[in-house]
Every structure is written in structure tokens, then in C-alpha cells.
Design a protein. Structure first.
Lengths: 198, 406
């Protein structure tokens, strides 16, 4: 776990935030994250984040559920404990479809919730640093990570120019994740993509 | 706004193809009539019934789509609203054809198709006798005329309301509210009538009464799901066609994505109804009910029955699941064609198994008649598209549709 230095700028207008994101990316600052009170269409695209792979994970959980259900029921009813139920064949596929469906949904739902929490670094009893309390109220909070090359005064004046209302510098934990976060590269640093505004 | 390519001109090739397909259809009907008309009239009328009802229901689904989105205050469809409007105009020619076909079947006593028409037989058949208050020629004819007539009239009113704004832009917010309210009232009337026809009584009369002894409470919903998913595919096809020709500038992959979602979701909805109907009958295993599935699952229609399930469920499920597939013009177009074909086959097994339990005789006659109807839909829709501007730009919700984002 590492404590890092961040420059935090608060915006109160979407129309200012989006051009500011573009300017920050163009200037080459390391955008840590943007905290908004509500989901904003197109912000992920503007930040240059790649598409989430949550739905791929969901698909894998779902087919795991399907095979678990079909495998489990067919083993029980044909091999382990075959019962004669209303004269139906032991391998009574139509009767199993509802259960298979339920297990498919259950696996994918629970799996995706857990994966989502993992990706967002959320778990019970853990503390996470809040950059600004009003990020859950009415402010869009842009957080820029300082590297050893960053001149924080320059970043501050840059954010002020871009339209941030309140700017401060904070030292904070990057998160609770115990992996190799430091050595990971964020996708937006590596990939140069067109933003919506270019 | 003047830079928009607003006016659709029917391309020569499009017109030629539609005319050629219609010619194929007419030739097929004539040839079919001479081949089957005298010694096996049921074969001829079953094909006509299958095709006219299927294509009528899928073009009518366009008007349902317009009215449902109007009632839901949906704005995203306005960018391509004129497309379902134009498709729904084909309800007029197709409705007339279906009406003629259905009336001919009933008037000429084609009791191989609807055996409740055989009066002597009904007298000795307790079940059909019990149903004769509903299954009789008078009720059939009145209800059929009412169904098709009101679809045409209410659909015409909805199109008129939409066209009205082209020449008379709204002056104030107040006027806009009134306009939306008026739209809501007419859309609601259409939906109510649609619920009484397509979602309940009409499929019972036109299709379910082929197996007159049997009944299923799922049947009308099943028919509706089938026609609606093909109707959405048809809309998607025309949108992609216009987009390819350089029209509909404001339509982008966001709108296509939503159309793709409809195709995906309603394919699954169709499967849900299909399965609910099948499983309950399979589980209860009562002879009166299983008689419907006996020739379909275990008889000669086995291949068509399972093909139906693969094309209409597995293929859309697996191929349309990805977000990128729903945003890709090529994949949506291919799947739209496949879904329409799949549901055409679905209607085939709904109609043909009743009169022809022993053998499957799907031949060029059926495909020829289907081609004729496809040509007619192309022709009618093309003409309707050319009559009005392609963009309803005076609609109060239009801007919302332009900036639509999924």
C-alpha cells in the first residue's frame, strides 16, 4: 500500500468538466479518476477508459451456472438416484430448463456483483480515502496523480484555468488492494484514442 | 437543417427488384392455383393463409412499435420514425389480401383447414359444438373485417398526426403539450385494439382454430412475440438500407443498438413463451393437449420444429449478445434476415401441421408466394417513404432523439 500525492479539483458544471478532461489528457497529466454524484454518459469515453470486461465475466459465470445445473441435475436423476416421476423419462430435459435458467441467472448475478466490488475495490469494513465529500452531492471531483516529475503548482494553476472551483493537494492511500497496483499501468496512459471531442 | 437528405427517392434497382419479386409471387399464386386448386385446395389455401397472415402481422407490428413508444414518451425512435410509419402503410394492401384469403377460405368452406366450418361434423362433435358460439363463419368474418379495418384506420390517424407537423410547426410549448396528448390518445386507442386483436382474439381465429379441438392460453402472445420480433427486424433492415443509401444522417449506431436490443430481447421473449407453452403440455401429458405437439416433435415436422428453435432462439441469443454485434450494421442486417426467415418457418409449422399431418411439402410454391409478399412490402414501403420527408424534424422530442445515447 502506498501513499501518493494527488491534486484534486472540483467542478460544478458538466459543460466545463468535459473540455477539462480533454485538456488534462492532452497535457499528459496522470488522471487518477473522476468522482461524480451520478453516472455520466460518455465520461468513460472522454477519459479514454477501455470498455469494461464485466460482461465477459458475467457470460463466463452464466455458462458455469448452466453447466452446473445441467450436470448436477442429470447426474442426480440418471445416475445417483433415478426416480420414476409421473412416468417421465429419467432424462427429463424440459423439466430441468427452469432450474437451469435460475442457476444461470444466479451465478452470473452473484458473480458479477462480487467482480464489480473487486474491480471497484469495495468490501465491507474497509476504509477508502474520500477526496471530497461533495462528490456524492453536487460536485464533479477530478483527481490527478502526482509523479516525481509533476510540478503541483503548475497542475493547480492548470486546473484553475480549466475551470475548477476548489483545488487542493492531498496525500492519500491509493486503495485497499494489495496487488501490484504501483506497477500497473492505467489504460489511458498507454492507449492513445480519439476522444469524443477531437 | 437544409443540409439533410430529407427526401427519399426510390432507387431504380430497388423498384425493379420489388416488381420482379411481386411478379414471382403472382406467377406462383397462379401456378399454385392450377396445381392444387382443383384436387388439393387446402394446400393452396394453407400457403396463402400462412404467408398473408404472417406478413400482415409483421408490418402491423411497426404501428404497434410506434404506438408503444409514443405511450412511453419515448423519443429515441424519432430519428427513424418515418421508417416504421412507411412500413405500417403496407398494412393496407396486405390487409386487403389477407382479408380476401380469409374470406375465401371461410366462404368456400375449406374445412380441411378450419374443420369447424363443416356443419355436419360439428353437430356430432361435442367439443366443436361447445365452441361454436365463437368458431362460426359470422363471427369470424365480422371480427376479421373489424380487426384489419381498425388497424388501417387507427394507423392512418397516427401517420396523419405525424405528417401534420411537417407543414405546421408547433408555435408554443402549450401547443406541443396538446399535440403530445393527442398522439397519446390515438396511440392508446390503437394499443387497446391491438390487445384485443393480435394479443388475444385474432390469432385464435386465424391460426389456433386450425387445430380446432386444441387450445392454448399462450398462443396469442406467442404469435404476437413472433410477429413483433420479425417486425423489429424489418424496421432494422429498412433503417440499414436507408443508411447505406446515405439517408437518415441523424441515425447512428446508438439507435441501431436499441433496435438490436429489441431483436435480442424479443427473441428471448418468444422463446420464453414457446417454452412455457411446450413445457406445461409436456408435463401434464394430457392427450387432448399433447396432440398438438405429437406431429411436431415426433412426427415428420421434427426437423422444422427444431430448426425453428435454433434459428429463433440459439442464433440470436449467441450472436446478438455482444454489445459490438448490436452496434454493427452488417451483423444486425444478417440477423434481421435470419430472424424474419425463422419466424416465417415458425408460422409455417403453426399453419401446416393441422391440415397436413403426414408429410412436409415445403416447396417452391411457398417460397414464391413469400417472395411476392416481400416484393409487395418493399414496393409499398418504398413508395410511402418517398411521399414524406424522412426526418420528422418539427416533433417536440426530435432533438432528444438526435443526441440519443445508450
Amino acid at each position: 500500500m502506498s501513499v501518493k500525492k494527488f491534486v484534486v479539483g472540483c467542478f460544478d458544471d458538466e459543460a466545463v468538466l468535459f473540455p477539462a478532461v480533454k485538456k488534462v489528457r492532452k497535457a499528459g497529466y496522470k488522471l487518477h479518476d473522476i468522482y461524480t454524484p451520478f453516472p455520466m454518459h460518455g465520461l468513460d469515453h472522454a477519459m479514454g477508459l477501455r470498455d469494461t470486461s464485466l460482461h465477459t465475466a458475467g457470460f463466463i459465470y452464466a455458462i458455469t451456472g448452466t453447466t452446473t445445473a445441467l450436470g448436477g441435475i442429470s447426474w442426480v436423476f440418471t445416475k445417483d438416484w433415478p426416480l420414476n416421476i409421473g412416468g417421465k423419462p429419467h432424462f427429463a430435459l424440459p423439466a430441468w430448463i427452469p432450474i437451469t435458467f435460475e442457476l444461470t441467472v444466479l451465478f452470473s448475478a452473484v458473480g458479477m456483483v462480487l467482480t464489480f466490488c473487486y474491480l471497484c475495490q469495495l468490501a465491507p469494513f474497509l476504509k477508502k480515502h474520500h477526496f471530497h465529500p461533495r462528490a456524492t452531492d453536487d460536485q464533479f471531483v477530478m483527481v490527478i496523480e502526482c509523479t516525481e516529475k509533476t510540478n503541483e503548482d503548475e497542475v493547480k494553476s492548470f486546473l484553475a484555468q480549466a475551470g475548477a472551483k476548489e483545488i487542493n493537494v492531498q496525500n492519500a492511500e491509493t486503495g485497499w488492494w494489495l496487488g501490484r497496483y504501483d506497477k500497473d499501468t492505467m489504460p489511458f496512459q498507454v492507449r492513445k484514442e480519439k476522444t469524443a471531442f477531437e | 437543417m437544409s443540409s439533410f437528405k430529407e427526401q427519399f427517392e426510390i432507387p431504380g434497382r430497388f423498384r425493379n427488384i420489388s416488381l420482379a419479386l411481386m411478379a414471382v409471387g403472382i406467377v406462383s399464386v397462379i401456378v399454385g392455383f392450377f396445381m392444387y386448386g382443383s384436387h388439393e385446395p387446402a394446400r393452396f389455401w394453407a400457403t396463402m393463409l400462412h404467408n398473408s397472415v404472417f406478413f400482415l402481422l409483421i408490418v402491423n407490428a411497426s404501428m404497434f412499435f410506434i404506438c408503444a413508444t409514443t405511450l412511453a414518451m419515448g423519443s429515441w425512435q424519432l430519428a427513424f420514425r418515418r421508417v416504421p410509419e412507411a412500413i405500417s402503410k403496407a398494412v393496407i394492401p396486405l390487409g386487403v389480401i389477407a382479408l380476401i384469403v380469409l374470406l375465401c377460405i371461410v366462404m368456400t368452406d375449406q374445412h380441411h383447414i378450419y374443420h369447424w366450418l363443416d356443419k355436419e361434423h360439428v353437430q356430432h362433435d361435442a367439443i366443436l359444438k361447445g365452441k361454436s358460439g365463437f368458431l362460426n363463419p359470422t363471427f369470424f368474418i365480422v371480427w376479421t373485417i373489424l380487426s384489419i379495418g381498425l388497424w388501417v384506420v387507427l394507423g392512418h390517424k397516427m401517420r396523419q398526426l405525424s405528417r401534420f407537423l411537417d407543414e405546421n410547426p408547433l408555435a408554443s410549448v402549450e401547443e406541443g403539450r396538446k399535440y403530445i396528448f393527442k398522439n397519446t390518445v390515438w396511440a392508446a386507442l390503437f394499443i387497446v385494439w391491438f390487445g384485443l386483436t393480435v394479443a388475444s382474439v385474432t390469432p385464435w381465429l386465424w391460426l389456433m382454430s386450425i387445430d380446432a379441438h386444441w387450445y392454448s392460453t399462450m398462443y396469442s402472445w406467442y404469435t404476437f412475440a413472433s410477429s413483433f420480433v420479425s417486425g423489429m427486424s424489418l424496421i432494422a433492415l429498412f433503417v440499414i438500407f436507408l443508411k447505406n443509401r446515405g439517408y437518415l444522417e441523424v441515425v447512428n449506431e446508438e439507435h441501431l443498438h436499441d433496435l438490436g436490443k429489441f431483436m435480442f430481447a424479443f427473441s428471448i421473449f418468444w422463446t420464453y413463451l414457446w417454452f412455457s407453452q411446450y413445457m406445461l403440455i409436456w408435463y401434464a401429458n394430457i392427450p387432448e393437449e399433447t396432440i398438438y405437439f405429437k406431429p411436431r416433435v415426433q412426427g415428420v415436422y421434427k426437423g422444422i420444429f427444431f430448426l425453428n428453435l435454433i434459428v429463433n432462439f440459439l442464433v440470436p441469443l449467441l450472436l446478438l449478445m455482444r454489445r459490438s454485434a448490436k452496434r454493427n450494421y452488417t451483423s444486425v442486417a444478417i440477423l434481421a434476415v435470419l430472424i424474419i426467415f425463422g419466424h416465417w418457418v415458425d408460422f409455417y409449422q403453426m399453419v401446416f401441421v393441422g391440415p397436413f399431418k403426414e408429410h412436409v411439402d415445403l416447396n417452391l410454391f411457398d417460397f414464391g408466394v413469400a417472395a411476392g409478399f416481400v416484393g409487395l412490402i418493399m414496393f409499398s414501403t418504398g413508395r410511402a417513404l418517398a411521399q414524406a420527408p424522412l426526418v420528422p424534424k418539427n416533433h417536440p422530442f426530435f432533438k432528444e432523439s438526435v443526441i440519443h445515447h445508450t
